[in-house]
Design a protein. Structure first.
Length: 446
């Protein structure tokens, strides 16, 4: 949940004004919540940091984990929307399409079917001017991107099923921009692949770290005591290795609590600086964006994510100002946000090539194709809202998929190899050396 400081008023009586701090999932939901109660927002909405008390955190945790059996999943969202859009394309009514979408899920998916039942119940019992309001009242099922798109369909009276899912034929794929379901699935697949590939080396690292700690803290002292009862091993010519192992074990046993506190203290200082110092936060983001390999991964993910959203919104005839207003809160990396703000401020010049060439080269964090394709396909001589934008977006998205398949998908394996190389020396040499030492000492004792 986020906290927003907002001022709103009653349009029928402008003297009725309120200032409040409201907790909601997103700024988009906040706007809709205020407007649904008959008020209008006055001025800018400011996101603020509110330090929750222990009671607040406890209530939120219980509410999140026990108040509902439904948890948002992007796969469930796009499956539901795909079935809903397909039903609408077959000329079913909106209510009938909801029922069809419900039956897309197995009976064992009780939470999802229950939420769709809620939507059908709202449809039957409430008066509403557009189906968007039915979706908005069940906002926990859907992402901010989709709710914004649905609201846009209400304002432009565009066919909903065309906005949600309008796949092109495979031979024309990437010559046109696919719609919400297809783009969301493509982005979600990229994120899943990335998470899985990164999980393997990290899990291996944690397992090996736990293994070496177990040996140092428990096995070594037991073996030392056991050998000491059999004979004096201090006169063996390899005893220096024993001394290293024993010294490491004793150090960890005697000072592990201090090392733990030191690590906690360092992490706490970094987190405190990150949350309170904007310059430190920006510097940290720039450091991440310029790290070897990490730069390529973050650049690829953000280019694909933001281009997907821009493409969907643009194809639904949303104005550029609204597009940027909607996607800006989704960007948490300050350098990328600054880059996007620069494009937003200069987008009205209609000359993309000039816009992109004016931005400092070492501060560009979108892929080169992002700049190259928009500059090539979207110059002013072709007008503003043309098919060339569709082609530009399609080429950028195709490029991000190609980059992932050809090179970036291999980066997590490279990260794993670096971790393995470092820990091979620290862990395996230590463990294998210790096993050899135990074997030799055991043979000598016999």
């Amino acid at each position: 949940m986020k906290s927003f400081k907002v001022t709103f008023f009653n349009p029928k009586d402008p003297s009725e004004r309120y200032n409040d701090i409201i907790k909601v999932k997103s700024e988009i939901i906040l706007k809709e919540m205020i407007r649904s109660k008959g008020y209008e927002i006055d001025g800018l909405i400011e996101e603020i940091e509110v330090e929750d008390t222990f009671i607040d955190k406890s209530q939120e945790w219980f509410s999140r984990n026990f108040s509902t059996s439904y948890w948002y999943k992007v796969d469930d969202e796009v499956d539901f929307l795909d079935a809903y859009a397909e039903a609408l394309s077959d000329w079913e009514t909106e209510r009938s399409a909801l029922v069809t979408a419900k039956y897309f899920f197995w009976k064992s998916s009780k939470a999802i079917r229950s939420k769709i039942d809620d939507m059908i119940d709202i449809y039957d019992k409430w008066w509403f001017s557009h189906i968007y309001e039915v979706f908005a009242k069940n906002e926990e099922m859907f992402s901010e991107n989709f709710l914004t798109l649905m609201r846009q369909s209400r304002d432009t009276e565009t066919s909903i099923w065309k906005i949600i899912s309008n796949p092109v034929e495979s031979k024309d794929r990437w010559q046109e921009v696919e719609w919400y379901v297809q783009l969301t699935r493509s982005l979600n697949t990229l994120m899943k692949n990335l998470q899985w590939e990164l999980t393997k080396p990290i899990a291996w690292f944690l397992w090996m770290f736990g293994f070496i700690m177990a040996i140092s803290l428990w096995i070594v002292p037991i073996m030392l005591e056991w050998f000491g009862k059999i004979r004096d091993i201090s006169k063996d010519n390899y005893y220096w290795f024993w001394e290293i192992v024993i010294g490491t074990s004793n150090f960890l046993m005697n000072y592990w609590i201090y090392l733990l506190w030191l690590i906690i203290w360092i992490i706490s200082v970094i987190v405190f600086m990150y949350r309170t110092n904007e310059s430190f936060k920006e510097g940290f983001h720039k450091y991440m964006l310029n790290m070897f390999i990490v730069w390529d991964i973050l650049t690829l993910v953000y280019t694909k994510k933001l281009t997907s959203i821009i493409a969907i919104y643009h194809e639904s005839w949303m104005t550029w100002n609204k597009i940027f207003e909607s996607i800006m809160p989704m960007v948490w990396l300050i350098p990328i946000k600054q880059e996007l703000e620069f494009i937003w401020q200069n987008v009205w010049s209609y000359d993309y090539e000039t816009i992109f060439s004016n931005y400092p080269e070492n501060e560009k964090y979108f892929t080169e194709m992002f700049y190259n394709q928009l500059a090539k396909e979207s110059n002013s001589s072709w007008g503003w809202d043309t098919w060339r934008f569709k082609k530009a977006f399609a080429m950028i998205l195709k490029n991000t998929d190609d980059l992932w398949n050809k090179s970036v998908s291999k980066y997590p394996a490279k990260i794993g190899s670096i971790i393995f190389s470092v820990w091979f020396v620290v862990v395996w040499v230590y463990v294998i050396g210790l096993l050899i030492l135990i074997m030799m000492t055991s043979l000598n004792s016999i």
